[in-house]
Design a protein around this ligand. Structure first.
Ligand SMILES: *Cc1c(COP(=O)(O)O)cnc(C)c1O
Length: 428
């Protein structure tokens, strides 16, 4: 079968909380006192419901019916495809499957959590959510979500991207969001940077600081983050739950599971429902996290406490990190340019439950080209990392004459990222 669909009733009723199966997950701590932090320390920043989910030890958290309806609206359940034309091209005995998270209105998995965060904010009586965005994937998702929930988004967009990437900015504006190039004169942090350099290009770290400062100083606002935190990864677990059902439908079981990792949310969403089976001793899978060589936190980072942002204003979290002041080279896969990785994903790596690999930009865009030529879909630069690893595993299976079943998460399409293809593959 080329395409495996699920009926709307099969949209998951629960999110799977992996924290319940990881009792030794180190807590966030205060940067000065080093004391563990609790929910009340985070209430001023995030919505109460999301903070409570972040600290929950419940294994399954129920998805409200209204939200299941929104999941239908954004295109769920998303299809699982068999990459038969890619298999033929590679002449591999392996079977390759990919989960279509590109079919949502903004083109990536990020809406899976954006609509939940906006839903919680609206229910808690807030008027707007603040956030940061680099290239604009997360900003677009949150702008869509706030529009649907009848509230507003205030997006601090890294100034250099604001100038160089006009299309996602326009997407956000069409959804009614307010976009501010960062650093801005709207916050103390921003003004400090502008004083030093009125044409400061900005960075994600500065934009995060501006978004948090604005949320803390406004009773009607909270801050929203698109990856890394437990509750964000939790919301994404509907992806893997759907995939499990889709494999059951065709009576197949994957051997290898692959996802690209920036902060870790699409990787976690895709793999955690399978890793639940590993942690409870029921199944074994080879789970692979794919990173760019330019920002290899899981592969070459240190497992220690570090700040979540570059400016050093967040609590300390234990994760694989390249150091919060690490500035990744400006690769086109903007969503993978993060100095750390989610605490849960990091713990799984340190335990040897998952492994990680890295690729160069040339290797991944070439995989994206092959995928476009065979399967007909142009992957986002981030997604090409997962495609590359799937191709390599399929070639390994060919060498060894093994009929492996490989599944990867197709996190998003690249139709607004064509500049990367142009620059790296030198097509024009
Ligand atoms: C943001 C993004 C990523 C990386 O973020 P994660 O939180 O690691 O998933 C990957 N793929 C796409 C298409 C993205 O937009």
């Amino acid at each position: 079968m080329i395409r495996i669909d699920l009926p709307q009733e099969d949209i998951p009723r629960y999110w799977y909380n992996i924290v319940s199966d990881l009792p030794d997950l180190p807590p966030p701590i205060h940067p000065v006192t080093k004391e563990p932090l609790g929910p009340k320390d985070f209430y001023p920043i995030f919505t109460r419901e999301c903070v409570n989910q972040d600290f929950s030890k419940e294994k399954y958290i129920e998805i409200p019916d209204e939200l299941r309806e929104f999941y239908i609206r954004i295109g769920r359940p998303t299809p699982l495809y068999r990459a038969r034309r890619l298999e033929n091209y590679l002449r591999t005995p392996a079977k390759i499957y990919y989960k279509r998270e590109d079919v949502t209105p903004t083109g990536s998995h990020k809406l899976n959590t954006a609509i939940v965060q906006a839903f919680c904010a609206a229910r808690e009586g807030l008027e707007f959510l603040t956030t940061e965005t680099g290239a604009g994937q997360w900003g677009s998702a949150l702008s869509y979500a706030t529009a649907m929930m009848g509230i507003r988004a205030l997006v601090f967009m890294v100034r250099i991207s604001y100038i160089q990437k006009p299309y996602r900015k326009l997407v956000m504006k069409l959804y009614g969001a307010d976009i501010v190039p960062s650093p801005s004169d709207k916050t103390e942090v921003g003004r400090k940077y502008l004083e030093r350099d009125p044409n400061h290009p900005g960075s994600l770290g500065i934009a995060i600081s501006e978004a948090i400062e604005t949320a803390i100083n406004n009773e009607k606002a909270k801050y929203s983050l698109g990856s890394v935190l437990n509750h964000v990864l939790l919301h994404q677990t509907i992806i893997g739950q759907e995939v499990k059902k889709q494999f059951e439908l065709i009576d197949e079981k994957p051997d290898i599971l692959i996802g690209c990792v920036g902060g870790g949310s699409n990787f976690a969403g895709f793999t955690f429902p399978f890793i639940e089976e590993i942690l409870n001793g029921r199944e074994e899978y080879d789970v692979i996290a794919v990173e760019p060589k330019a920002a290899p936190s899981l592969t070459n980072g240190e497992y220690r406490y570090d700040f979540g942002d570059s400016a050093g204003i967040t609590p300390l979290i234990k994760m694989f990190t390249l150091g919060h002041d690490f500035v990744p080279p400006p690769i086109h896969a903007g969503g993978l340019r993060y100095h750390g990785a989610a605490p849960t994903v990091s713990l799984l790596k340190s335990k040897g439950v998952i492994r990680s690999v890295t690729y160069t930009q040339e290797e991944t865009f070439e995989a994206g080209r092959i995928f476009a030529m065979t399967e007909g879909i142009i992957p986002a630069p981030e997604t090409t990392h997962a495609v590359r690893a799937a191709i390599d595993e399929a070639l390994k299976a060919k060498e060894n004459g093994e009929e492996k079943v490989i599944a990867f998460n197709f996190s998003g399409h690249g139709l607004l990222d064509l500049k990367g293809y142009e620059d790296v593959l030198k097509i024009s």
